[in-house]
Design a protein around this ligand. Structure first.
Ligand code: SF4
Length: 441
């Protein structure tokens, strides 16, 4: 099937990890983006792979080049809403290529090629051809497909600009629909290959963890493949409207996670949080010391105020098991008017990377934005606490004298060991912490 490609291409390589000591080069580590568009028939040169900039044979060991992937597909039954779903498959299908690793998604993806595959002569044309064959085999509705790769910085930046405009339009499209307007949500099991029992529930107000699949895109996916890994979830009875608990969702989660998760709140990271996988674009994390939560995204390479970076956090929480106090989220969900409303929403956000804060400045209420700290103002929990007190952040100002109705202590990982948090639902209270361990676990 993959004639002319010097390495093997098969699903068995999907979980292959290429460690730094076996890496020939990285692509997109600092600047990486991918975009898939449905185009008109005349705009797509079927089977073509274009490379602008250096190819793998032109780079030296240890290089890290900017990387852009732009795919165009066409087909009579394809509609624009399917773009995000196909785009999400780039990750999985590229990982079928032996000695090639694709990480992340959308505007925070990067790839790595192994010494062995570079030596075997694997190049970007081979990767593009493999992708085209894999996509067409998987989706018969794709009639034509072309792939463009960019490794020149200016070209990748250009693609990034276009991509962000496309993403903004996609996010805008879903904004007018809310959870209460529909009777059917969707589920996605695509990530169970690396996060067993992870089930994404996609509602109009909650785009998936990876950000690639909104409710509209899931709907389009079910239309072209009713028996696929994206499926309908009848909403059922509303059990807890504010936190987002629905009987149909609970039934689906229980069944599709093989009973490991019995129920979820769609809009809260406590008690029954949604499961997370390694594809989350960002993570929200409770900081008990200041009674609020931080958000860190994969683009930020520094540490959060409690000393863990995004990569360390996602390793803790991305395995498909709910972790109260921690939640994988998408950028699109951060634009939702139900964004973590069960936990106080934006009013409880106390820390974000400065670039992320800037990016979301239009979505954060004016009276809170200057009270959210970033890596520029604080570097640890002590300085965060001082900053919040100084700014009179509402999260830390709350009256903590009243004892909460303690129902369910939860354990959350921190930089060293675990902290047991006693939590009363919406209100987080300083002083209700029990440190059970500091070094082990
Ligand atoms: S993060 Fe969720 S929606 Fe996205 S591919 Fe994985 S399971 Fe599907």
């Amino acid at each position: 099937m993959f004639r002319g490609i010097p390495v093997d291409v098969a699903s068995i390589y999907e979980g292959e990890s290429i460690h730094a000591d076996k890496a020939y080069a990285d692509l997109g580590r600092e600047l990486g983006v991918e975009l898939l568009r449905v185009a008109s028939d005349t705009e797509v040169a079927d089977g073509q792979v274009y490379v602008t900039g250096k190819n793998i044979q032109d780079i030296k060991k240890g290089d890290n080049l900017p990387f852009g992937i732009y795919i165009k597909v066409t087909g009579e039954r394809l509609e624009e809403d399917i773009e995000g779903v196909f785009e999400r498959r780039i990750h999985e299908l590229m990982n079928y290529i032996q000695g090639f690793m694709h990480n992340g998604s959308r505007d925070s993806m990067w790839c790595r090629i192994s010494d062995e595959s570079a030596e075997a002569g694997l190049n970007l044309e081979h990767i593009g051809r493999a992708l085209i064959e894999l996509f067409k085999k998987e989706y018969r509705v794709i009639e034509k497909m072309e792939v463009s790769f960019y490794t020149e910085k200016e070209k990748v930046e250009e693609l990034l600009k276009t991509t962000r405009e496309v993403f903004a339009r996609r996010d805008e499209k879903i904004k007018s629909i809310r959870d209460e307007d529909v009777d059917v949500f969707y589920g996605c099991l695509l990530c169970q290959s690396h996060a067993p029992n992870h089930v994404c529930i996609i509602s109009p107000s909650r785009t998936s963890n990876c950000g690639s699949i909104s409710w509209l895109e899931a709907k389009a996916a079910v239309k072209i493949d009713p028996n696929g890994l994206i499926f309908e979830v009848p909403k059922g009875k509303t059990i807890e409207e504010f936190k987002g608990e629905f009987s149909g969702v609970d039934e689906a989660i229980k069944e599709k996670s093989s009973g490991s998760t019995e129920k979820v709140y769609l809009h809260s990271m406590f008690d029954h949080p949604h499961t997370s996988c390694g594809c989350a674009e960002a993570i929200s994390f409770f900081i008990p010391e200041v009674n609020g939560f931080g958000i860190v995204d994969s683009a930020f390479k520094g540490n959060t105020p409690f000393g863990m970076d995004f990569s360390a956090l996602i390793k803790h929480i991305g395995g498909g098991i709910p972790t109260p106090g921690f939640l994988g989220i998408s950028y699109a969900y951060m634009k939702s008017d139900k964004f973590l409303q069960g936990d106080g929403g934006w009013k409880k956000v106390v820390w974000m990377p400065s670039a992320l804060k800037k990016r979301f400045s239009n979505y954060i209420a004016e009276d809170i934005i200057d009270k959210i700290a970033t890596e520029k103002e604080v570097e640890n929990l002590d300085s965060l606490k001082s900053f919040l007190l100084n700014k009179k952040h509402p999260a830390i100002k709350e009256d903590n004298s009243e004892k909460p109705d303690v129902s369910r202590p939860v354990s959350i990982p921190v930089s060293r060991g675990k902290v047991k948090v006693v939590f009363d639902g919406i209100n987080f209270r300083v002083g209700e912490l029990i440190i059970t361990s500091t070094d082990d676990d």
